[in-house]
Design a protein around this ligand. Structure first.
Ligand SMILES: Cc1cc2nc3c(=O)[nH]c(=O)nc-3n(C[C@H](O)[C@H](O)[C@H](O)COP(=O)(O)OP(=O)(O)OC[C@H]3O[C@@H](n4cnc5c(N)ncnc54)[C@H](O)[C@@H]3O)c2cc1C
Length: 432
């Protein structure tokens, strides 16, 4: 059985874990180990949106430009009915407040690859495959993390960046539940996402905006994706839609025929394959990646756990578990906020944690206070983001089912203040 020792051990090399590691190293703190359960990075495209506040955070650790180089600068998130625009967040309105007045559209696997390469340039390699299975306080008040391989790593701090099913969260004894207990509406609880290409070009395919189509309790989204590195490949698009529970569960990796059916029923009429409604029908020619999932919201009851002590016994630099990203909070993907929240948790934690871990007896109480404050702020940010996504979901339902309201929102959506307000909220700039 091999054993290793470090000051800070990061469990999980998803976007959040990678960003914590980068942020710590950028603070000059190198005594870290980052481990990942999987052998290699998967092809799950998942999050495609990186908002302005997150780009600012990424810029502070030197990796915004490289991500922007490989993505698409999205001008808007636009809600429409099947034929015309209703209201939207137009990011150009943010120009006076940020140098990133756009939403960056980039698949999550590309984001992770770029962050991991950047971390490598900073001389930190992810240890993989190492799956954490145990967490115990040892006699010295430190944490022993055991792995499926038999390895044990002893650390003063353990960061649980191991996703929604976090083992670290469970082993540290934190609960994970919806903050207000409101269940997700049955109509929108089941979702399908897919990255596809089309049989031919169409001027109705979006080039620089993420479009959400709302009709009769149905939601459908389509967004352009950056071209893949293979120059001969066709343009790719992200598609997403809800599947009412009355229609049964979607198949595990929904095939093209299934996605096409929903596109024809719920998508923009001008992109339908049905020649009876669309004079220039087009078809999905290839499904590059697809997934189904159920959405719900949950938050850990605490993001900071002092193992073996109470918060009154703060003032120690050992036995501390911190939860970040999906391990700490999850919610519906409406608005594309989840990965953004995790990346900002991670990048803002770096300076506070590096200072805490480097403090001496005199400065520790002050750094303890700052760490507690940081965690409380991130908890509030997560709660308000969960609230925002629930409001978005209600709006999707109301707009989707009520024709009169759709007309009303069309007029409200023309007001510049509304466009600015929507962009401000989605971008995260109000709660950096
Ligand atoms: C279908 C889908 C679509 C989404 N779309 C969006 C979007 O458009 N915009 C957005 O902002 N967010 C979106 N999200 C949310 C986003 O994907 C997550 O918020 C993001 O992945 C969280 O990153 P993370 O690093 O916290 O967790 P994860 O990405 O889950 O990473 C956790 C990592 O930890 C590893 N791990 C797990 N257990 C262990 C263990 N025991 N030991 C070692 N390693 C372990 C995992 O293998 C994984 O690599 C979407 C999510 C889903 C599921």
């Amino acid at each position: 059985m091999s054993s290793q020792r470090t000051t800070i051990l990061i469990i999980g090399a998803g976007p959040t874990g990678l960003a914590v590691a980068i942020s710590l190293v950028k603070q000059g703190f190198h005594d870290i180990i980052i481990v990942e359960a999987t052998v290699s990075r998967g092809d799950a495209s998942r999050a495609i949106t990186i908002h302005a506040a997150t780009l600012e955070a990424l810029d502070s650790v030197g990796c915004a430009d490289v991500l922007i180089d490989q993505g698409i600068k999205g001008a808007a998130i636009q809600a429409s009915d099947r034929n015309r625009p209703l209201l939207g967040a137009e990011f150009a309105h943010l120009a006076p407040y940020t140098k990133y007045p756009f939403v960056l559209l980039l698949p999550q696997n590309d984001t992770e690859r770029i962050l991991e390469d950047y971390l490598k340039e900073l001389n930190v390699e992810v240890l993989r495959p190492e799956k954490a299975v145990g967490l115990q306080l040892n006699n010295h008040g430190e944490l022993d993390v055991s792995f499926e391989s038999g390895k044990v790593i002893t650390a003063q701090y353990v960061i649980g960046a191991d996703g929604a099913r976090s083992v670290i969260r469970q082993l540290a004894g934190a609960s994970f539940a919806d903050p207000d207990g409101t269940p997700v509406d049955e109509q929108v609880v089941q979702m399908v996402l897919a990255d596809v290409s089309f049989s031919s070009a169409s001027t109705h395919l979006p080039t620089d905006k993420l479009q959400g189509i709302l009709s009769d309790g149905k939601a459908f989204l389509i967004s352009p994706l950056p071209k893949s590195s293979d120059s001969n490949s066709s343009p790719r698009y992200r598609i997403g839609f809800n599947v009412p529970t009355t229609s049964g569960p979607p198949p595990p990796n929904p095939p093209t025929s299934y996605i096409q059916k929903y596109l024809d029923e719920q998508g923009p009429t001008q992109l339908s394959s049905d020649s009876s409604v669309n004079p220039e029908p087009i078809y999905i020619s290839d499904t590059i990646w697809s997934t189904r999932f159920r959405t719900h919201a949950a938050i850990a009851d605490k993001f900071l756990i002092r193992m073996g002590t109470t918060s009154a016994a703060a003032g120690q630099k050992r036995g501390i578990v911190l939860l970040v990203g999906d391990a700490a909070h999850i919610h519906s993907p409406v608005g594309g906020l989840g990965m953004n929240l995790g990346l900002r948790d991670a990048i803002s934690l770096g300076p506070v944690l590096a200072a805490h871990a480097s403090s001496d007896d005199t400065t520790l109480p002050e750094h303890d206070r700052l760490l507690e404050e940081h965690v409380a702020t991130r908890y509030e940010r997560a709660l308000s983001t969960i609230g925002l996504t629930k409001r978005f979901m209600s709006m999707v339902m109301i707009l989707g089912t009520t024709k009169i309201l759709r007309h009303l929102f069309k007029f409200i959506g023309m007001v510049p203040f509304v466009k600015r307000y929507m962009a401000w909220n989605v971008s995260g700039l109000g709660a950096r």
